[in-house]
Design a binder for this molecule. Structure first.
Ligand SMILES: NC(=O)c1ccc[n+]([C@@H]2O[C@H](COP(=O)([O-])OP(=O)(O)OC[C@H]3O[C@@H](n4cnc5c(N)ncnc54)[C@H](OP(=O)(O)O)[C@@H]3O)[C@@H](O)[C@H]2O)c1
Length: 369
């Protein structure tokens, strides 16, 4: 089976391509820069592939194609089993790739963490994906598979959720240059919140000031986070309100300063950043996710998930999502992770990869203040 990774030459794309090979998939390394793709192909060819998923030889190919030529892009995707899009910022590069995958009749996953892009994909591509008979699943990575799946599990443990909280506590996260570029674009182009049973433009505030994360005595100050869960979770857990927050310390003084500078200055600063953390620093990033659902009767369910290595996790999650998509194709259309994959079973899959997760019903005490 052949998986096309668009944007394979990037920091995350390389991890994703290597993980797919390790899982026994043939990979087509696609993107705009042929030299970078061929260099990666040579590097990967020196690694031992995993047992083939379909008994055929596990191969590596390259395909140089830009996003400005829709017909060539669709041609490049035809014949693949899944397109995985890792080229960002998605606000700038994502749309032609989704369109071309649908045009080629191929399932599509991406690693976007950009909320507005995710909303656009649901709003504009649900009909075309259904008509083409393909599944389109955005945000398949650290952002937001664990959060979306955990929210699904806790949402199913209360009677008619009225309030849902997804709270992140993230530490030692050295962001890749691509993440900073995408995050900066996302933070400066508007956000959505989900309240009174609908999506509305956000103003950067949140009803929550602090969350007591497991293992902590003191509550941690939090800020509103433009997580794609705002767009995806209400599609599988009906609720009046959904809030996504993150520990306020994630916004370092350096990042806060960036937000004050003119866009051209910021672009130059970002261009000069390192491509991403080395393997040791990458593995050091750790995160806790708390998802808490409150039912109409006031009872609560709380899920807690701990893991590390944001970029390594993303590669593992993508490869497993690809496997599941092909083994048990979900219905056609644009889908949240929890609409495409069984939530508890996917979270259990992640346990040997350094994840732990648990749900308490009813929660002993509210996590959020
Ligand atoms: N959801 C998650 O948890 C998660 C995890 C990791 C990454 N991400 C997201 O994934 C994206 C990539 O991250 P990264 O760290 O891999 O960034 P990166 O190293 O900068 O890689 C970006 C990739 O996009 C390609 N690209 C950029 N502009 C393009 C254009 N105009 N046409 C065609 N290709 C283009 C680049 O191609 P060249 O090599 O030719 O420059 C490169 O392959 C970001 O949006 C990031 O936020 C999300």
């Amino acid at each position: 089976m052949a998986i096309t990774v668009y944007g394979a030459s990037g920091y995350t794309g390389r991890l994703v391509a290597a993980e797919l090979r390790r899982r026994g998939f043939s990979v087509v390394l696609a993107g705009r820069d042929g030299d970078r793709l061929r260099a990666l192909a040579t590097e990967l060819a020196d690694t031992e592939p995993g047992d083939s998923v379909d008994g055929r030889k596990v191969e590596i190919a390259t395909r140089q194609v830009g996003v400005e030529d829709p017909a060539a892009l669709a041609d490049a995707f035809r014949g693949s089993d899944v397109v995985v899009n890792v080229a960002g910022p998605f606000a700038l590069v994502g749309e032609p790739v989704v369109r071309a995958a649908i045009e080629a009749g191929v399932h599509y996953l991406d690693t976007t963490a950009e909320q507005l892009f995710v909303k656009k994909v649901f709003d504009e591509f649900s009909g075309p994906a259904q008509n083409a008979g393909v599944a389109v699943v955005p945000s398949v990575g650290f952002d937001i598979v664990p959060g979306d799946l955990l929210a699904n599990v806790v949402g199913s443990r209360v009677e008619q959720a009225t309030d849902l909280l997804v709270a992140y506590d993230v530490h030692d996260w050295d962001m890749s240059r691509g993440t900073v570029r995408s995050a900066f674009g996302a933070l400066t182009s508007g956000t959505f919140v989900y309240s009174d049973g609908g999506w509305r433009p956000g103003d950067g505030t949140t009803p929550y000031e602090a969350v007591t994360f497991p293992g902590n005595v003191e509550p941690t100050p939090v800020i509103s986070w433009a997580g794609p869960e705002v767009i995806t979770v209400p599609r599988h857990v009906p609720t009046d309100r959904l809030s996504v927050v993150i520990n306020a310390s994630i916004v370092t003084p350096e990042f806060a300063q960036l937000l004050q500078l003119p866009a051209e200055t910021v672009a130059t600063i970002i261009d000069n950043l390192a491509e991403g953390p080395d393997d040791t620093r990458r593995a050091a990033a750790r995160f806790t996710i708390v998802a808490e659902a409150t039912g109409a009767d006031g009872r609560r369910a709380r899920g807690v998930l701990h893991a590390s290595d944001i970029y390594g996790s993303t590669a593992v999650i993508v490869a497993e999502a690809v496997r599941r998509l092909l083994a048990q194709p979900p219905r056609a259309g644009v889908l949240s992770p929890a609409q495409a994959f069984d939530a508890a079973s996917f979270l259990d899959f992640l346990v040997p990869h350094g994840y732990s997760w648990d749900v308490q019903t009813p929660a002993d005490a509210p996590a959020a203040q």
